[in-house]
Design a protein around this ligand. Structure first.
Ligand code: ADE
Ligand code: ZN
Ligand code: ZN
Length: 284
C-alpha cells in the first residue's frame, strides 16, 4: 500500500514537472522588485495593508505564490497564459481569451481585468468584503509578469512552446522553459555575477536612463488596466524572437542567447513599470 502511494507520487511528479508555468521564480521576482519602488504613496500604503504577514512588506517575496497554488486552486491554472491560433501572430480578446473548455475570459488577460476590478473595491468596505483582496493583489502581481513572457501568449498546438524539445547549449530543454528561466539564468551567470539583485539594479538604471522616454509610453493606459496591448506585443515577440528559427531538436546557444536576452530584459522592465502603473491607477 505504502509503496503504491510512493509510486503514484513518483508518477504524479513525472507528469507535473515538464510543464512549467510562468516566468521562473527570478522573472517574477525581478518584475515585482522593479515595481515596488515605483508605487505612489497611496498604492504603497494599500499594498502594505494587503500583503500577507509572511511577505515582510516585500512584494517580490510573494510574486510566485500563484504558481505554488496552481494545484490547490485548480481553476486558476488556465489563468497563466493565452493560447492564440497557430502561426497567426495576432491576439484578439474575444477570439482567444478562453480556456480549453471554451469558457470566455479565462486567460491571463481576463484574469488581470478581473483582479484589477476586485482591487478597485479596496476603498469600499462593503464591496471589498466579498473578495479576498490579498489574493487578488498576489494574482495581479503574478499575472502582470506572465503576460510579459512572450511564450505565455503563444500558439495553441504547441502550448506556448511547451511541446517543442530543443537543447539549451548541451542540455535538453523545452522552448517554453528557455523563456521562463534559462535566458535569465544564463544572463545572471555571465553578466551579473550570478546575482538577481545586480540584474534588477541594471534594469532599474536603464528604465531611468536609456529607456526613460519609452518607459512613460509603457505605463500609459486610458483605462485602469491594459492587458490586451501587452498580449498583442507578446505574441508578436513570440513570433519574431521566441519561435523564430527554432524547430524540434534545434540547438540553442550563443547566437540565440545573445540576440534574445535584450528582448527578455525589455519584457521584464515593461512588466515591472506596468505593474507599478496599474497599482497606482487602482489605488489612486
Ligand atoms: N499551457 C498551454 N498553453 C500555455 C502557455 N502558452 N504557457 C504556459 N502554459 C500553457
Ligand atoms: Zn511559463
Ligand atoms: Zn504563472
Amino acid at each position: 500500500m505504502e509503496s503504491n502511494v510512493q509510486f503514484l507520487t513518483f508518477i504524479a511528479l513525472l507528469v507535473c514537472v515538464p510543464v512549467a508555468n510562468g516566468w521562473g521564480i527570478d522573472g517574477h521576482l525581478i518584475i515585482c522588485r522593479i515595481a515596488q519602488p515605483r508605487l505612489s504613496e497611496a498604492a504603497a500604503d494599500a499594498v502594505s495593508q494587503l500583503l500577507p504577514d509572511f511577505a515582510g512588506g516585500d512584494l517580490g517575496s510573494v510574486c510566485s505564490w500563484a504558481d505554488r497554488v496552481k494545484f490547490r486552486y485548480h481553476w486558476s491554472s488556465a489563468l497563466h497564459y493565452i493560447d492564440t491560433p497557430d502561426d497567426l501572430c495576432t491576439y484578439q480578446y474575444n477570439r482567444d481569451c478562453k480556456d480549453e473548455d471554451g469558457i470566455q475570459d479565462r486567460c491571463v488577460a481576463g484574469a488581470i481585468k478581473n483582479y484589477t476590478n476586485q482591487l478597485l473595491s479596496y476603498r469600499d468596505h462593503d464591496a471589498a468584503s466579498q473578495y479576498n483582496l490579498t489574493e487578488a493583489l498576489l494574482f495581479l502581481s503574478h499575472f502582470m509578469g506572465d503576460i510579459h513572457q512572450p511564450l505565455h501568449v503563444g500558439f495553441t498546438s504547441d502550448r506556448g512552446g511547451n511541446t517543442i524539445d530543443v537543447h539549451w547549449y548541451t542540455r535538453k530543454a523545452v522552448l517554453h522553459h528557455i523563456w521562463d528561466d534559462n535566458i535569465i539564468e544564463t544572463a545572471e551567470e555571465r553578466f551579473y555575477d550570478s546575482s538577481v539583485d545586480e540584474l534588477v539594479d541594471t534594469l532599474q538604471k536603464n528604465i531611468t536612463s536609456v529607456w526613460s522616454n519609452q518607459a512613460k509610453a509603457w505605463a500609459a493606459c486610458t483605462t485602469t488596466a491594459c492587458p490586451d496591448a501587452y498580449a498583442s506585443e507578446g505574441i508578436k515577440a513570440a513570433c519574431d524572437w521566441a519561435y523564430k528559427g527554432v524547430s524540434e531538436g534545434s540547438v540553442l546557444e550563443d547566437e540565440y542567447f545573445l540576440s534574445r536576452k535584450r528582448v527578455v530584459n525589455l519584457r521584464l522592465a515593461q512588466g515591472g513599470v506596468r505593474l507599478a502603473a496599474t497599482l497606482n491607477r487602482i489605488f489612486g
